[in-house]
Design a protein around this ligand. Structure first.
Ligand code: G3P
Length: 219
């Protein structure tokens, strides 16, 4: 399973990259706004900085919701760097645009996926990635991870090529569950990635090893 970081924060991206396990980045308009990046020029400049930082795919989301607008914006975003993936919402014009991007060989990430039916449509359109939002489904008292299992089952059965990118990840356990459910990619905040490192028995075990080593050195 590939690890993407879900942020527009350059320090967080650098930290995950330094860990050596980072395969890519996803962003969205809310994450850009959180970093205080506004205005088309600044936003595109920020995408360029992210693309220069990482070797893997960087999802950049369109703001337009009509076919022509999504196409125009997607082409502009794709010009920023070779590793840009155009993130398109799961709406009627979005699906039409993904079909067009597929024929132009521009990689896409179909975002805001909340059902297997939507995942089937996005795969038919040729989306490179589809992003089911796990945490937001959990927030509405449904089981988000079941959606990943169901999409995995249908994609395996039908031989669809789109990669299942588990998004809206809120915890380290979500990452583990997404891996078990068959996700190809997980995109998560830095905290959730770093949380995977933690286990009290590791800390206790390491303290004991170091203590025993110290004692042996003294004797
Ligand atoms: O990038 C899309 C997704 O990961 C958003 O997550 O936490 O805002 O539901 P969240």
């Amino acid at each position: 399973m590939k690890f993407f970081i879900d942020t527009a924060n350059l320090d967080h991206i650098k930290e995950a990259k330094d860990l050596g396990i980072l395969d890519g980045v996803t962003t969205n308009p809310s994450l850009m706004a959180k970093e205080g990046i506004t205005g088309k020029e600044n936003i595109y400049r920020h995408y360029k900085k992210i693309c220069d930082l990482v070797d893997g795919d960087v999802s950049a989301e369109v703001i337009s919701t009509d076919f022509k607008g999504i196409l125009r914006e997607g082409k502009e975003l794709a010009e920023i760097a070779e590793n840009i993936v155009v993130k398109v919402p799961m709406i009627k014009d979005g699906i039409k645009a993904i079909c067009e991007f597929t024929s132009l060989e521009i990689p896409t990430n179909c975002t805001l996926v909340f059902s297997v039916g939507q995942a089937i449509l996005a795969a038919k359109a040729g989306a490179t990635y589809i992003s089911p939002f796990i945490g937001r489904i959990d927030d509405s008292n449904w089981e988000g991870m079941q959606l990943i299992r169901d999409i995995f089952e249908v994609y395996s059965m039908q031989g669809y090529d789109s990669e299942i990118l588990a998004a809206s990840i809120r915890s380290s356990m979500h990452i583990v569950d997404a891996a078990k459910a068959g996700a190809d990619v997980v995109t998560c905040p830095l905290d959730a990635i770093l949380g995977l490192l933690k286990h009290p028995l590791t800390d206790i075990g390491l303290a004991k090893f170091l203590e025993d080593h110290k004692k042996a050195e003294k004797s």
